[in-house]
Design a protein around this ligand. Structure first.
Ligand SMILES: Cc1cc2nc3c(=O)[nH]c(=O)nc-3n(C[C@H](O)[C@H](O)[C@H](O)COP(=O)(O)OP(=O)(O)OC[C@H]3O[C@@H](n4cnc5c(N)ncnc54)[C@H](O)[C@@H]3O)c2cc1C
Length: 399
C-alpha cells in the first residue's frame, strides 16, 4: 500500500510554469506540493534563450499574440517580486530587439513585417541602416534592412527559473525533487491526486507515493503526454532546440539580434559584476527546430546552422570563445498553441504546451491558473487554449 499524503494542490512539473503556478497558489494560502521527476528546473526552462518576444514567428502564432502581450506587461512586476522574495538576480533586460534582414528582398520583407506587427498592436519601427549600425556596431556588412522592437526584453531563464522555485519554497511550497508522477487518480469525473515514484539519486526506484489533492495542475512540459489518467490526454510532443553560448571581449551587444536564421541574446553577468562594461560579454545563440523524439544531443549540423547565423549578424564573433553548447525540448502541441485550462476531470487544470514562448508566458499562465483554481473564473478569455479541443485525439502512449 503506497504511503498517502494530502495537499490542497499538487503541481506536476517544476519548470518555470509549474514553479510560477505553485508560487501564486501558495500566496493564496493553499498548501501546495510541487513534484519533479529530476532536479527541478532542468528541462526546457533551463535550455531556453530567454527572449521576451510577443512578435509571432509564424502565422500559427498570431492567436497567441494578445496573450503574449499581456504576459510581457506583467513581466516588470513579476521579475521585481521574484528577485525581492528570492534575493536572486534574474538578468532581466529591457533593451528591445533588433530584427536584421539579410536577403535580397529585405525591403519588401521589412514592409510586410511592420504592417503585420502594427496590425497586432506591436509598435515595431523601421530602422535606417546607419541607425541600426549606430545602435549595434557589431552588425556585419551583409545587413540589408532592419527594424527595432523596443518593447521586447530578455531574461536569464536559468536564473529566473531557479529564483521562481526559491520564491515558491520561501512561500511554503513543498518541493519534491526526483519524484516522477506516473498517473493521475480519479473518482468518477473528479481528479483526486497523483501516484508518483520517488527515485533517490543512485538508489533506483524507492517505491510509490500516493498524494491526495483538492486540485491537480499538470505542468510537465514536453513530457505531459506521458502521464496516464489525464482527460482529455494532453498531446504534447518535444521539438528539440540546440543552443550555443559565446563569450567575446571584442563584440558587445546591447539588445537581442534576430533574423530569419537565428538569434543572439546578450546576457548580463548575473550576480552584479561592477566591471561588466569592461568584462567579456556572454551571449547565447540559437536555435534549431528538430523532431528528434526525446533524444537530447547537440549535433555538428545544428551547431553549423546556429554559428553561420551568428557570423552573419556579427562577423567579428568568429574569434569568440564557445563556452557551452546544449539542447532542450520545447513542449509543442498539434496546433502549436498552449494547452491551458480545465480538463474533462473536475479539479484538474492543465498548463502545458507553451512551445517557444513558455518563459514569456509564465506570469500570465500562473495568474490565470491561480484565478481559475481559487475563483473558478479568469480575467482573460482562454477558450482557444482549452484542453478540450483535443478531446477526440488518440490517447498518447504511456511510456
Ligand atoms: C532551445 C530553446 C529555446 C527557447 N527559447 C525561448 C525563448 O527565448 N523565450 C521563451 O519564452 N521560451 C523559449 N523556449 C520555450 C520555453 O523554454 C518553454 O516553453 C518553457 O520552458 C516551458 O516551461 P515548462 O515549465 O512548461 O516546461 P519544462 O521547463 O520542460 O518543465 C517541465 C518539468 O516537468 C518535469 N516532469 C516531466 N515529467 C514529469 C513527471 N512525470 N513527474 C514529475 N515531473 C515531471 C520535468 O523534469 C521538468 O522539470 C525555448 C525552448 C528551447 C528548448
Amino acid at each position: 500500500m503506497p504511503a498517502m499524503r494530502s495537499y490542497d494542490v499538487v503541481v506536476v512539473g517544476a519548470g518555470i510554469i509549474g514553479g510560477a503556478v505553485a508560487l501564486r497558489l501558495a500566496q493564496h494560502g493553499l498548501r501546495v506540493a510541487l513534484l519533479d521527476r529530476q532536479d527541478p528546473g532542468r528541462e526546457a526552462s533551463w535550455a531556453a534563450a530567454g527572449m521576451l518576444s510577443p512578435a509571432p514567428d509564424t502565422p500559427a502564432d498570431i492567436p497567441l499574440v494578445p496573450f503574449c502581450r499581456a504576459s510581457l506587461a506583467l513581466y516588470p512586476d513579476f521579475v521585481a517580486e521574484i528577485e525581492e522574495i528570492s534575493g536572486q538576480n534574474t538578468g532581466y533586460r529591457r533593451e528591445g530587439t533588433l530584427e536584421a534582414l539579410f536577403s535580397g528582398d529585405a525591403e519588401r520583407k521589412l514592409s510586410t513585417l511592420i504592417a503585420l506587427h502594427h496590425g497586432l498592436g506591436l509598435p515595431t519601427e523601421p530602422l535606417p541602416l546607419d541607425e541600426a549600425r549606430k545602435l549595434e556596431p557589431a552588425l556585419g556588412p551583409e545587413l540589408r534592412a532592419a527594424a527595432l522592437l523596443p518593447f521586447e526584453g530578455s531574461v536569464d531563464n536559468r536564473a529566473l527559473t531557479d529564483a521562481v522555485l526559491a520564491a515558491a519554497v520561501a512561500n511554503g511550497v513543498e518541493l519534491f525533487p526526483h519524484t516522477g508522477v506516473t498517473r493521475l487518480t480519479s473518482e468518477g469525473a473528479r481528479c483526486t491526486g497523483v501516484i508518483a515514484k520517488h527515485v533517490a539519486e543512485g538508489q533506483g526506484n524507492a517505491g510509490e507515493l500516493a498524494i491526495a489533492a483538492g486540485n491537480v495542475v499538470l505542468a510537465a512540459g514536453a513530457y505531459s503526454a506521458k502521464i496516464a489518467g489525464v482527460l482529455p490526454p494532453s498531446p504534447t510532443r518535444p521539438v528539440r532546440g540546440q543552443m550555443v553560448a559565446l563569450r567575446s571581449a571584442d563584440v558587445r551587444l546591447r539588445r537581442v539580434l534576430r533574423s530569419e536564421r537565428g538569434y543572439l541574446v546578450p546576457r548580463d553577468a548575473v550576480g552584479g559584476d561592477l566591471r561588466k562594461d569592461a568584462a567579456p560579454q556572454l551571449m547565447v545563440a540559437g536555435s534549431t527546430l528538430e523532431d528528434a523524439d526525446f533524444e537530447k544531443r547537440v549535433t555538428p549540423g545544428g551547431l553549423e546552422r546556429i554559428l553561420s547565423a551568428v557570423l552573419e549578424f556579427a562577423p567579428a564573433l568568429s574569434g569568440a570563445e564557445i563556452v557551452e553548447t546544449w539542447c532542450g525540448l520545447r513542449p509543442d502541441t498539434p496546433d502549436h498553441l498552449p494547452i491551458l485550462g480545465p480538463g474533462e476531470l473536475d479539479n484538474l487544470t492543465i498548463a502545458t504546451g507553451h512551445y517557444r514562448n513558455g518563459i514569456l508566458l509564465a506570469p500570465i499562465t500562473a495568474k490565470l491558473v491561480t484565478q481559475w483554481i481559487t475563483e473558478r473564473h479568469v480575467y482573460m478569455d482562454w477558450e482557444i487554449f482549452s484542453p478540450l479541443r483535443f478531446a477526440h485525439a488518440p490517447a498518447p502512449e504511456n511510456t
